[in-house]
Design a protein around this ligand. Structure first.
Ligand code: IPD
Ligand code: CA
Ligand code: CA
Ligand code: CA
Length: 258
């Protein structure tokens, strides 16, 4: 299928998922805990992921699906063929406590190679989408510039726990920058880096937290690396750095291990 057709299909599905989320926000949420006290999941996370799984299964029955809530069945270990990486609601804590600052994220890979990425910040109505064959857009406007600002003139967005514990030099990097921001949503972290609202994003992320953003960041020529000296291969949770080539060079000059 031509990528344009896939884009339009996914945009339609995101619109349906958005309507579902907004409808569910008018009722009390059913909230459960997963691995720890602050690791929440709601009925809406599960329902939205199930919706995407159903659509994909109907249209593309042989495709594989790696979704945070496991609605697509067994975890994906073999990335041959087409794989969909889905985070139905990224920023569940924000979703539950703020009813804003959360995203829907979908990444599409073919034999492990990035094809398309979609990050939709639902309440802000901002969709960043695209891939190597089509370019990257914010809603209908193409993005084609990467900032050349240095770290001292840039905001950085970091994961709160990493910053508090100074993991991966996040405190030093923050103190060298113009200012530190924390948003609790990987989708916003990626989107706002790619839009130049800040120029660094650092967080511990699972494959579904970075699957969509990686496609978009790589297409635009941003640096995306695992700070454990690993390539981002969608197989495990890693500390992720997303930044501009200029700032990456600065960081490498200061921190040998980056
Ligand atoms: C979380 C958010 C958050 C990140 C966490 C993720 P979720 O995703 O992306 O920004 O710091 O590591 O788990 O669970 O709300 O989809
Ligand atoms: Ca979660
Ligand atoms: Ca997430
Ligand atoms: Ca999620």
């Amino acid at each position: 299928m031509m990528e344009e057709k896939l884009v339009s299909k996914v945009k339609d599905w995101i619109a349906v998922a958005t309507a579902l989320i907004k409808e569910r926000l008018e009722e009390p949420l059913d909230v459960e805990r997963k691995s720890n006290y602050s690791d929440l999941v709601t009925n809406v996370d599960k329902e939205v992921e199930s919706f995407f799984v159903q659509q994909i299964r109907k249209e593309f029955p042989t495709d594989k699906i790696l979704g945070e809530e496991g609605m697509g069945g067994e975890p994906v270990t073999d990335f041959s063929g087409r794989v969909w990486v889905i985070d139905p609601i990224d920023g569940t804590l924000n979703f539950v406590k703020q009813q804003e600052n959360f995203c829907i994220m979908i990444g599409i890979y073919e034999d492990g190679k990035p094809v398309l990425g979609f990050i939709y910040e639902v309440m802000k109505k901002e969709l960043i989408w695209g891939g190597p064959q089509v370019g990257v857009f914010i809603n209908d406007t193409e993005i084609n510039q990467i900032s050349t600002d240095s770290l001292k003139d840039s905001l950085v967005n970091v994961n709160t726990m990493m910053f508090l514990q100074n993991d991966c030099h996040t405190q030093e990097i923050g103190l060298t920058s113009l200012g530190v921001r924390m948003c609790g949503c990987a989708g916003i972290g990626f989107k706002d880096t790619l839009l130049g609202r800040h120029h660094v994003y650092i967080s511990y992320l699972q494959p579904w937290d970075y699957g969509a953003g990686l496609v978009l960041a790589e297409t635009l020529g941003f640096v995306t690396i695992g700070l454990d000296n690993n390539k981002l291969d969608l197989k495990k949770r890693v500390p992720v750095l997303v930044t501009t080539p200029i700032i990456y060079q600065e960081l490498q000059e200061t921190y040998e291990e980056l």
